[in-house]
Design a protein around this ligand. Sequence first.
Ligand code: ZN
Ligand code: ZN
Length: 211
Amino acid sequence: MNSCPLCGRASLFFFYQDKRRSYLRCNHCHIVVVPPEYLLCAEAEKSVYDQHENDPQDKKYRRFLSRTFEPLIALLPDDAKGLDFGCGPGPTISVMAEEVGLLVSNYDLYYHNTPEVLEHYYDFVTITEVIEHVADAKALLTRLDSLLSSGGVLAVMTSRMVDAGAFGQWYYKNDPTHIRFYSIETFEWVAHHFDWHLEIVDRDVVFFHKK
Ligand SMILES: [Zn+2]
Ligand SMILES: [Zn+2]
């Protein structure tokens, strides 16, 4: 693996090795990536997701998502339309949105594969606990950009890498479906690249504002 899946530069260097996988870090955009030989096939990946019991009635899950959803709706006009990209087997943001009178469409490669929803523009797109699973980071973010109206908001929820020195103790890297790890530095690169404004909302939530 030579070129970075986010910035495209030939700037990936060894970063860390644990019992199961090795990790490379880009010295340009600072993303940490798992090399292709460790990526699961689609079937194995889906069987891990099938075990995630995300349920819109689960109070704990809703509380978790509300750290993205509450600050997001505070920014939105009443008639805003959104998309939950990678909504998973139990779409929940769309249910929470409906309760406050907002319309949110669902899309998921495995569970809600309705490509027609990707042919519209949205005032906001949520992508919660998804970005760390997607190998082609640049293609994903380019697609998300293409879904946003000007002035739109992209709400990203993923645990951020805070302390590179403590990577070995970071539980988040141990999920075999987690293959791309973002930090503030990486999100700053993303904002610059797409000409978005970065807003840091919480320890695992950022908003990108499209101009
Ligand atoms: Zn890079
Ligand atoms: Zn995840």
